[in-house]
Design a protein around this ligand. Structure first.
Ligand code: GLN
Length: 284
């Protein structure tokens, strides 16, 4: 069989996952097995494929048929224009989370001080912390996670992107390891209601529960984040965290309880869904 035949048959098989991108996923898996770029893939479509490579591809296609996320199979995910290493110890960074990075960058650039201290709470793969550090060359970022396995992945990512010196990693619950006052606190906390978790698509069941489970009302971790931030954030600072659009009113009310005199805004993602809460202008 040549590459084109393998490509067509893998694409057809992967349609069984219900993915609208089955053919593209087939291409990604084949390129991963053969370690080739896109241009080489299309150039070599008429070339034969060895039995050994076919077997390796069949294994990966079977994992995908069991609904393992494509990014866990390849071990890579693109976020904010950068490649990140991922494993099932970390949440796969979502495109909508890029809103947090955009917002941190514009907040930092609008301030006179250039050495910003930023904390990324529940960093996972380090996608937010590393993207922020890459785009703000004088920022210092502390990235915190409760999971050591997640921090190992974040460590690989800060090294891969050359920001090892400006992204420090700490293990702990929320802001507990923070012993200075950050200017910006950013977080993509777990915010899914516990009872909704089992209803989500099979791919999400492969992701770490600790990164998704927001307790009975989905707001448990956000509540802890707000409580701890009110002691720690600098008086000129900002707090920014991701939410589900259904939580915009409850998350805003909660933020108002902890920061009664601050400016609180709801930010929309590119699809027009309410995706983050921004708290600024503290009167602590
Ligand atoms: N947005 C993610 C999802 O829909 C949830 C991420 C989170 O809880 N932080 O799967």
């Amino acid at each position: 069989m040549n590459l084109r035949e393998i490509f067509n048959s893998a694409g057809e098989t992967l349609m069984r996952t219900g993915s609208p991108d089955a053919q593209l996923e087939a291409e990604v898996l084949i390129r991963h097995v053969l370690r080739i770029d896109r241009a080489t893939f299309f150039r070599d479509l008429e070339q034969p494929v060895t039995d050994c490579d076919r077997e390796r591809l069949d294994d990966l296609v079977n994992r995908r048929l069991n609904r393992e996320p494509l990014n866990y199979i390849t071990g890579l995910r693109e976020f904010y224009g950068l490649d990140f290493e991922v494993s099932d110890s970390v949440l796969i960074p979502r495109q909508e989370t890029e809103l947090l990075v955009d917002t941190v960058i514009s907040l930092a650039r609008s301030r006179p001080k250039c050495e910003m201290k930023i904390c990324d709470i529940g960093t996972g793969s380090g996608a937010i912390a590393v993207s922020v550090a890459v785009n703000l060359p004088s920022a210092e970022v502390m990235a915190i996670d409760i999971s050591q396995r997640a921090l190992d992945i974040a460590d690989a990512n800060r090294r891969m992107h050359g920001v090892y010196n400006r992204v420090s990693l700490r293990r702990g619950n929320l802001l507990e390891p923070v012993d200075w006052k950050p200017e910006i606190i950013v977080s993509n906390p777990p915010y899914i209601r516990r009872s909704d978790l089992s209803l989500l698509q099979p791919e999400i069941q492969y992701e770490p529960r600790v990164a998704l489970d927001g307790g009975p009302d989905g707001l448990e971790v956000i509540r802890g984040l707000l409580r701890q931030s009110s002691d720690k954030v600098s008086s000129t600072g900002a707090i920014l965290f991701e939410i589900d659009s259904s939580q915009k009113d409850s998350a805003r009310m909660l933020s108002r309880e902890y920061f009664p005199n601050s400016e609180i805004s709801i930010l929309d993602d590119l699809s027009g869904n309410s995706r983050a809460i921004l708290i600024e202008k503290f009167d602590l």
